[in-house]
Design a protein around this ligand. Structure first.
Ligand code: ZN
Length: 86
């Protein structure tokens, strides 16, 4: 029986994933059975992981506060033409 690995469609969103599908988990499914489309635990959409090679994901922070949380220095251009460190 093949083993499939499933992972959350939105692992970055805690409201649409649970600790299980955020990490991904393996399920043994017989070939005749439909692949699952929803997490067994939280019922949120999951997708089958095709290979261990991860698809490049958007990792850029979405906002200034995210960027700062991620340890980036955020510079903003001020009217005077100088960059102010936020
Ligand atoms: Zn889940």
């Amino acid at each position: 029986m093949p083993i499939y690995e499933y992972i959350a469609e939105h692992p970055e969103d805690p409201e649409r994933s649970c600790p299980m599908c955020r990490r991904g988990y393996e399920l043994r499914r017989s070939l005749e059975r439909e692949p699952i489309t929803r997490c067994l635990y939280c019922k949120n959409p999951v997708r089958k992981k095709i290979s261990p090679v991860s698809v490049p994901r958007l990792t850029a922070p979405l906002s200034v506060s995210d960027a700062k949380k991620a340890g980036f220095t955020v510079l903003e251009k001020r009217d005077g033409g100088e960059y102010e460190k936020l």
